[in-house]
Design a protein around this ligand. Structure first.
Ligand code: GTP
Ligand code: MG
Length: 248
């Protein structure tokens, strides 16, 4: 415990000294998402540490510093437990990037995670904070032996933003970042977010001439946004996460 405090103080001091003398770019990142999604694990990997199976749930906010390809990174690792979630947005005014982690292998919490994500997208978009959405644990999501026939979501019908009813037979589809984006409601090409209409709102074709033919409305996305799927365990696509962070 004392050693952890000394190390965190030393890291912070090193961060300040190197940012003054080495003129590196500084980036502050908040990493959020439901508990057990792999936030602390991703930070370990970005900081050059190995994957660990036995992790301790984060309590509150844990701040760490490291360098990543000539960038000085300060990370706010926010606890995912429900009681700590009100802390998430308190960090938004301090950061240059938000990373939102999703556990793609946990079909019990996927819908909750995606619903919370839509609120985060709207907040980040309002404040124009870049947002990187990371679907994690692809190593645990097995492909089915007998794939289902292509549905509208997979067939990329531009007018149909109907979402999959997620269950253990179709959750593997979200390993594809394009399908994950559509399930969230993010149209990366058109830079819009499709959100369900409230019952009090008029149908989409009355409120928005170019709107989709179903009961969603489109909100313009202003900030940088990307969707990636990774496995922290086997390291797949972690390099894409790093590339995206350092290009900011
Ligand atoms: N199989 C597999 N396990 C993973 C992966 N990423 C993380 N884990 C495991 O998931 C568990 C939770 O990881 P954490 O990084 O502690 O999760 P967290 O999001 O920080 O959780 P909180 O701090 O409670 O919010 C640990 O057992 C990790 O080893 C992955 O890509 N694949
Ligand atoms: Mg954690």
């Amino acid at each position: 415990m004392v050693w952890e405090l000394v190390r965190s103080w030393f890291d912070s001091l090193w961060f300040k000294i190197s940012s003054v003398f080495l003129f590196q770019k500084e980036l502050s990142i908040a990493i959020i998402g439901l508990q057990n999604s792999g936030k602390t694990t991703l930070i370990r990997l970005l900081g050059g540490k190995p994957f660990e199976t036995d992790t301790v749930p984060t309590l509150g906010i844990q701040v760490s510093h490291f360098s990543l390809e000539n960038n000085l990174i300060k990370v706010y690792d926010l606890a995912g437990q429900t009681r700590f979630q009100p802390l998430w947005e308190r960090c938004f005014d301090k950061v240059d990037l938000i990373i939102y982690m999703i556990d793609l292998s946990d079909t019990m919490t996927l819908n909750e995670s995606l619903q919370k994500l839509v609120k985060v997208i709207q907040m980040a978009n309002g404040d124009r904070i870049p947002l990187l959405i990371v679907g994690n644990k692809t190593d645990l999501v097995a492909d089915p032996k007998d794939p289902l026939p292509l549905g509208p979501l997979q067939a990329y019908n531009p007018d149909n933003w109907e979402k999959l009813k997620l269950d253990s037979t179709n959750a593997h589809l979200l390993k594809n970042p394009d399908i994950l984006s559509r399930q969230i409601g993010v149209d990366l090409a058109a830079r819009t977010l499709h959100v369900p209409l409230q019952s009090s709102e008029p149908p989409a074709n009355e409120s928005n001439a170019q709107g989709p033919a179903n009961d969603t409305k489109q909100l313009p996305l202003h900030g940088d946004i990307a969707v990636l799927t990774v496995s922290c365990k086997d390291g797949s696509h972690i390099a894409d996460v790093i590339d995206w962070i350092v290009q900011l």
